[in-house]
Design a protein around this ligand. Structure first.
Ligand SMILES: Nc1ncnc2c1ncn2[C@@H]1O[C@H](COP(=O)(O)OP(=O)(O)OP(=O)(O)O)[C@@H](O)[C@H]1O
Length: 254
């Protein structure tokens, strides 16, 4: 298992003569095997953080350090997989072939088959394994994308608003699946969302970003599965909404 230590992380972009400070001196500790949700208004730097974590962008300053329980020979390999808002499946491959894609370097076909069948089962996609992306629903496509990442078996799963484009019921269903997956697989999950209810439903810890900075870290003292109509749930949600909308500007470490 792996976690992440982020120290004084900065990212600047240039647009013409303008400098955009997408991330300003961010410090975070993401423990191994934890579920962290990140919320904040549009443009506050959430996606930038994920892009830096998975190596799609280079930081302008600061450090990202992956912390391993068992250092062994893993140093040098980024232990992350990412799920985007869109499933990004290959349309010419079936559900099963899409999920098997990250395993293309493996030689043993039977081993590949075992891994893919396992995650087809976990994601409830066995009946659709031979379907093409154009033949499945948006929820199934996202489940295929999550399954593909699980086949790759990263230590840390980054999720960038993976359920944002889905309808309410599919989204609720996939949120429940995520909790089950977290409890059964013990992966480190970093999940970006606009939706505060989703953040409280999923996260052991919620991190609130504003203008490229962490303005709140809140541990959620509720066990899984959570009920969104529970009073404590509602109170946490309200508190976080207040911080995002600026009714409170405080830095909490609970
Ligand atoms: N490639 C880029 N070039 C220039 N500016 C960028 C680039 N990528 C992001 N930015 C800027 O960095 C800031 C943070 O963007 P980012 O995408 O991380 O925000 P976000 O919180 O994920 O927003 P959203 O919730 O809308 O996806 C924004 O001001 C954005 O315009």
């Amino acid at each position: 298992m792996a976690g992440v230590r982020i120290s004084n992380l900065r990212k600047q972009y240039k647009i013409g003569a303008q400098t955009i400070h997408a991330l300003k001196d961010t410090n975070l500790l993401i423990p191994e095997g934890s579920f962290t949700t990140i919320v904040g208004k549009s443009g506050c730097g959430k996606t930038t953080l994920l892009r830096l974590l998975c190596g799609l962008e280079e930081p302008s300053g600061g450090e990202i350090e992956f912390t391993f329980m068992n250092t062994g020979n893993r140093i040098g390999k980024k232990p992350v997989g990412i799920v985007f808002q869109e499933s990004r499946l290959m349309p010419w491959l079936t559900v099963k072939e899409n999920m098997a894609f990250p395993l293309f370097k493996m030689k043993n076909k039977r081993e590949i088959d075992e891994i893919v069948e396992k995650y087809l089962h976990i994601m409830g996609l066995e009946k659709f394994k031979n379907a093409y992306p154009s033949q499945i629903s948006g929820g199934m496509a996202q489940r295929t994308a999550v399954g593909r990442t699980l086949c790759y078996n990263p230590e840390i799963i980054l999720m960038d608003e993976p359920f944002a484009a889905l309808d309410y019921f599919t989204r609720k269903n996939l949120q429940e699946e995520m909790v089950k997956l977290f409890l059964s697989q013990g992966k480190t999950i970093i999940f970006v969302t606009h939706n505060v209810e989703e953040a409280v439903y999923l996260g052991e810890k919620i991190i609130v970003f504003s203008e490229g900075q962490v303005i709140m870290e809140h541990c959620v003292p509720l066990s899984y599965p959570r009920q969104s109509n529970n009073l404590d749930f509602v109170n946490i949600k309200e508190e976080i909404l207040d911080v995002i909308t600026g009714s409170q500007t405080k830095k909490l470490h609970t």
